[in-house]
Structure formats: structure tokens, C-alpha cells
Design a protein around this ligand. Sequence first.
Ligand SMILES: NC(=O)c1ccc[n+]([C@@H]2O[C@H](COP(=O)([O-])OP(=O)(O)OC[C@H]3O[C@@H](n4cnc5c(N)ncnc54)[C@H](O)[C@@H]3O)[C@@H](O)[C@H]2O)c1
Length: 338
Amino acid sequence: MRIVVTGASGFLGRLLADALTRAGAFGGAPISRLVLVDRVASPGDPHRAGTPVQVVHGELPEHLDAVFAEPVDVLFHLAAAVSAECEADFDLGMRANVDVTRALLEAARAQSASGGPVMRLLFAGSVAVYGSHPALPLPAAVSETTVAAPRSSYGTQKLMCEQLIADCTRRGFVDGRVARLMTVAVRPGKPNAAASGFLSGIVREPLAGLPAVCPVDPALEVALSSPRRTLEGILRVAEAERGTGPGRLEGPLPVNLPGLTVSVADMLATLRQVAGDTVADRVTLAPDPAVEAIVGSWPAAFDHRRATALGLTPDPSFRSVLLDYLTDHPDAVAAPPR
Ligand SMILES: NC(=O)c1ccc[n+]([C@@H]2O[C@H](COP(=O)([O-])OP(=O)(O)OC[C@H]3O[C@@H](n4cnc5c(N)ncnc54)[C@H](O)[C@@H]3O)[C@@H](O)[C@H]2O)c1
């Protein structure tokens, strides 16, 4: 089984590549080659023990020939431009998100049309496909049947891709699956250009001994998922057999991965409880209307029946999310928490 991960040097791409390498199998079948595609290099790539790895560096549309040089059985499409980038530069978002996804779908379609396998495609979607507007308010709990009316270019581009993937699946060009990710926190490393980046920053930076700014009213509720649960969700949606009943993926709808509903104030209080006043006092409040407009339009509470049927559950509490981060990234903490 030849498996491709796009965006493999990114935050989730690296976690996914590690998990696939560790497992050495997908859906019970051994992985014969893992193809890691990204425009930037990731230091560990060529040395993944056990699973043969092919590394493709560069802009994805320029390397489709290399990616599809041999049949692709499964492709995880994680490469994307993130929310604030897409809001700042419409053309960049259209190119990076819509054009690239369409090019991948065309390559997969050509593969199946020439007698090759119908590629399984896992697309990393986003809850940014939802947006609230006074004329179209979101229900108290959002589900996959809630009308998706994005309030950002990023969300619109993700929704366009979802729809295109659904149609290509209906036509039998690919077997497309969409996992809509919640905001993943706590994200390690450097801040990124996502509008939701502060949801990691207000925890990660103070723990590292750095100041952090909270750009929203702390009463704002958000839906979060830890990196561990997000990775579990991506793999579960990709590996599930289609059909009805527990553990199976039923119908053409995307899957909203489970999210923990929490207020920013609760996140900050948990940080104070776990890491102490000195750490928590490094966060200052400075509302930024641009960030509030994007993140505030995303839903915070979900009806997760579809994910539950696949055996997926949200993180139990923000405390457990924080403790996971401390366990997984001991070097990211400046002073030991209390
Ligand atoms: N992290 C989150 O909170 C979150 C939430 C919802 C959805 N998502 C989605 O999940 C996916 C992965 O997110 P992430 O946080 O790991 O992102 P990331 O920005 O850390 O990684 C994306 C990677 O894709 C690469 N890339 C982008 N366009 C490329 C191109 N044209 N050619 C080659 N490489 C390219 C980048 O170099 C980067 O390494 C994205 O599709 C994102 O929209 C993430």
C-alpha cells in the first residue's frame, strides 16, 4: 500500500507521518511506501525506521508526476494555507487550497480512469466552514446537517473543496472522506498564521516563559481538540470501512471531529491552576476585532453523533489537554509547573 501525506512537514503532517510509520499498516494492510510531500524539509523524514519513505520537496502542483509515478492507494491531504493568511490574501488561499486540491483530484481521477486504484482521499476540513450571521444564526449544537455558511475565505475554500471531493466520490473518481478538524490545541513550536493561533499561544508562550496576548473576550467559547485526539480522528475517518453500523462510515457527509467546548476564561483559569500565578500572569488581554470576527463566528458546541458512531470522543477537559501537552513537550516549559 503506497500512502501519501501532503503537508507532511507541518504540525499535523509530522504527527501523522510518525503514527503511520509506527503502525506500519493502514486498515490492516502493510504500508509498502510512505510518500511525504511538503515545500519545506522536515529533519526526521529520511530516517523513519521500518517503513520505506519517499520525500518529495517543493510545491505540490509541480510534483504531482512524482507523487503519482506509482499508484497511490491512500492520500492524506493536509497541505493548506491557514485562516489568517487566506483572509489577508484571497488569491493565495484560492491557489493553495482550492487549485491544489482540484489538481490532486484530477491526478487521482486520471489514475482510476487508466485502470489504477480508486484512491482513498482524507481531506483535512475545518469547522471554519460554519459561520454565524444574524440572518442565519447557528443552532445551539451544530451537526453535519447544519447549513455551512462560512464567514472567512479560508472556510469558504475548505467548503468548496469538500463539495468537489463529495462530487468526485459520487462519480467514483476517488473515495473521498472529509474530517472537519476543531481548532487543535495546544500546538507546540512557533506561532502560525491561523486566526485561532492564540488558543495555543496563551498556554504555550507563558509556559515557555514568554508573554502572550489574548485577542478575544475571555467569555468566548471555543471548540478544541488535542493533537492526540485529532490524529486519532483523522486516522479513524480514513481507515473506516463504508457502510452502516458502529465503526463504519455512513453516507456522503463529512465528519465533524469531536471538540471540547471551553471558554477562553476557563482555559486561562486551568493554566493558573496547573502552572501557577507567575505563568498565568504572562497573559494580557488586548481584544483584536479582526481575530474576534473570524474565531467568534465559529461554532463552539456540537452534536457529535456521527463521530461517536466511529468510536471517537472529545478530550474530557482542558486540564487533560494541558497535561497531555506537558507530557508530550517537557522541553517547552521554562520552569517546572507547580
Ligand atoms: N491545526 C489546526 O488547528 C487545524 C484546524 C482545522 C483544520 N486544519 C487543517 O489541517 C491541515 C494541517 O494543519 P496544520 O496545522 O498541520 O498546518 P501547518 O501549516 O502546520 O502545515 C501545513 C503544511 O503544508 C505545507 N504546504 C502548504 N501548501 C503547500 C503546497 N502547495 N505544496 C507543498 N507543501 C505545502 C506547508 O509547508 C506546511 O508544512 C490543514 O489543511 C489545515 O487547514 C488544521
